[in-house]
Design a protein around this ligand. Structure first.
Ligand code: IMP
Length: 454
């Protein structure tokens, strides 16, 4: 059986913690998209692990798979594996032969393009990890796949074709010095070594076959989505998106397991009890703003709004795991959640950070938008329209701080009544049950209503 974990909002919903919790009985945790732009924090035996590429389940001895839909930076991969080994773990990580490889020139081009776009305030605010340029090369049929690293002749041939184009792009189109990231010989030597290590350590797999045969043997598989629905390249607010499909369809195309199997399992939407966003793009329910990220924001919000944003940021630790940047924060947005629920077919919800909002007198949830006089229940298809949406709010009474760990062991009914009213509203609107409620960062601070593998 499979359980697919999908970010319902803009990433950073706390997927890592839920994968950790629900993945407990699983044998395999497979990522199906993205690369080292993700940031997963897992707390295990009071030790905090921050991973950006390796599936977080490996911390608990699961087999981690990077599916064909992922883009893999071997430098990051081996850095993370080596760091886990140094901390006494024995991570079992497999990489799809079909996964595409991120090279230093991809990272460089990511930065170069962001820089160029920033001249007209058009930058996406990427993580700078080379994600977009690598998927571009994949779609352009000039990429290098993990399996190619293990074949020196193919690796050489591919680099000799792609790198001169990339160099010309940097120098002739963007007018910057290309530098060592574009040195074919050096790249060949370094990446051939990665290929050797992948081969030597038996890490390369045909991900679809590998996972399917595990499922045939009755094993349990978690598909771990990174990022979130509104930064999905198809269903997100283009162009302020990542370059892959975090929505549930990505779990099928990004691993080689059929949509029927993915949809036949559980698909859990991970929701943060409010909203956060890294980088640029619209956010109708945003509170105050973050200079440089919020379009047009120059610190002009009201004092009350600034205070509330600051409160949520501090209480929720809303600073990027990968970049350390302060995140933009806002009220919970139901049109986003309706859109996400439709696109991925959630069978259950996990709502995180319910403790973060404790102590506020009143909360608001955006029930719908108004655009050009019409009421919308979901996110419009163009980013420009979305930017013009006015939220229609519902007000909710706030809840007090309680002993969250005690509540986590007692169950859902131990939550403050007003928190339950808030959660019941979300569940009713989405016609999807709440499976889990996060009330703190560790696994012990999650209220489990349903365990999808049980
Ligand atoms: P990229 O994935 O680095 O190309 O960045 C594209 C957009 O996705 C930017 O707005 C990033 O801030 C956002 N993004 C990428 N990864 C994450 C994540 O793990 N959490 C939140 N936002 C992300």
């Amino acid at each position: 059986m499979t359980v697919t974990i999908v970010g319902a909002q803009l990433g950073d919903e706390g997927k890592g913690g839920i994968v950790d919790l629900y993945g407990e009985p699983a044998d395999i945790v497979a990522r199906y998209q993205g690369g080292d732009n993700a940031g997963h924090t897992v707390v295990h035996d009071d030790v905090e692990y921050k991973l950006s590429l390796v599936p977080s389940g490996v911390v608990r001895g699961k087999t981690g798979v990077l599916g064909n839909g992922c883009v893999v930076n071997p430098r990051t991969l081996f850095e993370e594996i080596d760091a886990l080994q140094e901390r006494g773990l024995d991570p079992d990580v497999r990489v799809a032969r079909r996964a595409h490889i991120i090279f230093p020139y991809h990272r460089r081009l990511d930065g170069i393009e962001e820089e160029a776009k920033s001249e007209d305030d058009q930058e996406v605010g990427t993580t700078g990890r080379g994600i977009g340029p690598t998927y571009e090369d994949k779609a352009g049929r000039r990429g290098v796949r993990a399996g190619d690293l293990a074949n020196p002749d193919i690796l050489k041939e591919r680099l000799e074709y792609a790198v001169p184009q990339k160099r010309a792009l940097a120098e002739d189109v963007f007018g910057v010095e290309a530098g060592e990231a574009f040195d074919i010989e050096a790249l060949y030597e370094e990446y051939r070594e990665y290929g050797n290590r992948l081969e030597r350590e038996g890490m390369l797999v045909n991900a679809g076959d590998f996972i399917a045969s595990a499922l045939d043997d009755g094993k349990k598989v978690v598909f771990e989505g990174a990022q979130g629905t509104i930064i999905d390249i198809d269903h997100g607010n283009y162009p302020y998106v990542t370059s892959s499909n975090p929505t549930a369809g990505g779990a099928a195309t990004g691993t080689g397991i059929s949509p029927g199997v993915v949809g036949g399992g559980e698909v859990i939407g991970i929701v943060k009890a409010y909203l956060s966003r890294v980088g640029s793009g619209p956010m109708p329910t945003e509170l105050a703003g973050v200079e440089g990220d919020t379009p047009g924001y120059e610190g002009e919000a009201g004092e009350q709004e600034e205070e509330l944003a600051e409160f949520i940021r501090e209480e929720g630790g809303e600073y990027g795991t990968v970049t350390g940047r302060p995140r933009r924060v806002g009220y919970l947005d139901m049109p986003i959640l309706r859109h996400a629920t439709r696109a991925s077919g959630f069978t259950g919800l996990a709502v995180n950070h319910v403790d973060t909002l404790a102590g506020l007198e009143e909360l608001k949830i955006c029930h719908s938008y108004t655009l050009d006089g019409d009421e919308l229940q979901t996110v419009p298809a163009t980013t420009e329209q979305w930017a013009n949406c006015e939220p229609n709010y519902r007000r909710f009474d706030g809840w007090e701080n309680i002993d969250w760990e005690a509540a986590a062991s007692e169950g859902y009914d131990a939550l403050p009544e007003n928190a339950r009213i808030y959660l019941d509203y979300v569940s009713d609107e989405l016609d999807t049950p709440v499976y889990a409620v996060g009330v703190g960062p560790s696994r012990e601070e999650t209220i489990v209503v349903e365990h999808p593998f049980e």
